[in-house]
Design a binder for this molecule. Structure first.
Ligand SMILES: NC(=O)c1ccc[n+]([C@@H]2O[C@H](COP(=O)([O-])OP(=O)(O)OC[C@H]3O[C@@H](n4cnc5c(N)ncnc54)[C@H](OP(=O)(O)O)[C@@H]3O)[C@@H](O)[C@H]2O)c1
Length: 325
């Protein structure tokens, strides 16, 4: 590589300002690894959870956040088959993506079809594959079922609305503010409730009195107990995040109100299965290339990662944001 590689890294947990530009000394890729020159890096809430210290750091001395990216293979380690220098690739894996280049185990990397741009790939590897397991694995959605999906205008939300539409499911979303509600509606949601203005439990009881087959809740503290009350008998609550803070007041006995099911899944438990990863990305890229999922991507320089974090945590973003090195 001609330019010195760099990363946006933190040496202590804290607010967005702890992310600082740092030079990297990148060794040659080891056995089973490839080196990737990044072209686009996705920003996700999980990056904020690590940066703030909510999630423990793999190396207590330094954190390079970032869990999805795309780029070009620039070197190949011993024993790697199926990837070569110059291949366009992408991956999702917790941490170390906020860098101009990195080494990574080839087992996590997929090749990009020509129809998928670097920006799109970096917007969907984590968020789109999350959507895939939410709709197909955590709960196997069937046409005609009713779904409530919180934070419908977010990165995961806009992909999920369109994917549910493709499955034939009528979904209700929630989002904060009229612009976000309109955006979610234009991305597949049949109805969207502004949950900053209206009580979503009251609103959904009017719309769907019998309750929902499944509620997808990534907001956590502010919504989870009410989300349970939106379910029909035997319904399922999928809690996959905590954008508003960790849930502390949930009790197992809360499920007795309707013989409810609850699950708290994590993407990387699905992507660690190579067959699932290949099947999931093939499905996701297929839906994007045939136009059934449009990806809303905003780009910003990698060096502005701190501002992008502040915007994401301040509820000022919609869709996906990618950082460009
Ligand atoms: N478990 C997994 O495998 C997995 C994988 C991917 C993502 N996730 C989770 O899914 C969620 C969505 O991720 P994303 O990256 O696509 O983020 P996002 O949805 O683009 O952003 C989070 C959204 O949550 C809403 N929100 C509600 N209360 C909030 C608060 N107090 N502070 C901040 N945001 C609040 C905001 O939308 P409104 O303004 O519309 O309320 C905000 O835009 C996150 O919780 C993330 O951790 C989990």
């Amino acid at each position: 590589m001609t330019d010195l590689p760099y990363a946006m890294a933190a040496t202590k947990a804290g607010g967005p300002e702890v992310l600082q530009r740092t030079d990297l000394s990148l060794p040659e890729p080891g056995p089973g690894e490839v080196q990737i020159a990044h072209r686009a890096i996705g920003v996700n809430f999980i990056d904020c959870y690590f940066r703030s210290g909510l999630y423990p750091w793999p190396d207590p001395q330094q954190l390079i956040p970032g869990a999805e990216a795309s780029g070009v293979v620039s070197a190949v380690g011993a024993g790697v088959t199926g990837l070569k220098e110059g291949d366009r690739v992408a991956y999702t894996l917790p941490n170390n993506a906020y860098a101009s280049a990195r080494n990574i185990a080839a087992a996590h990397v997929v090749r990009l079809p020509d129809g998928i741009s670097f920006e799109t790939a970096a917007s969907v590897m984590l968020k789109g594959l999350t959507t895939r397991y939410l709709l197909k694995d955590s709960f196997s959605l069937q046409p005609g079922q009713r779904v409530l999906f919180h934070a419908a205008a977010g990165g995961v939300g806009l992909i999920a609305g369109q994917w549910m539409n493709a499955i034939g499911v009528e979904s209700v979303g929630t989002a904060g503010g009229p612009e976000k509600c309109a955006l979610a509606k234009s991305h597949g949601f049949a109805d969207v409730i502004d949950y900053r203005q209206e009580d979503f439990l009251e609103a959904t009881r009017q719309m769907v009195p019998e309750g929902f087959h499944v509620v997808y809740d990534s907001v956590g503290k502010d919504t989870l107990l009410k989300s349970l009350k939106c379910l029909k008998l035997h319904g399922t609550l999928v809690n996959f995040g905590q954008s508003s803070g960790a849930v502390t007041d949930f009790k197992i006995s809360d499920l007795a109100a309707g013989s409810f099911h609850i699950t708290r899944p994590v993407l990387f438990h699905f992507t660690s299965n190579r067959q699932w990863l290949e099947r999931g990305t093939a499905e996701l890229f297929g839906l994007i290339m045939d136009g059934r999922i449009r990806v809303q991507t905003h780009s910003a320089p990698l060096t502005t990662a701190a501002k992008v974090h502040a915007d994401l945590e301040g509820r000022r973003t919609t869709g996906s944001t990618v950082l460009i090195p």
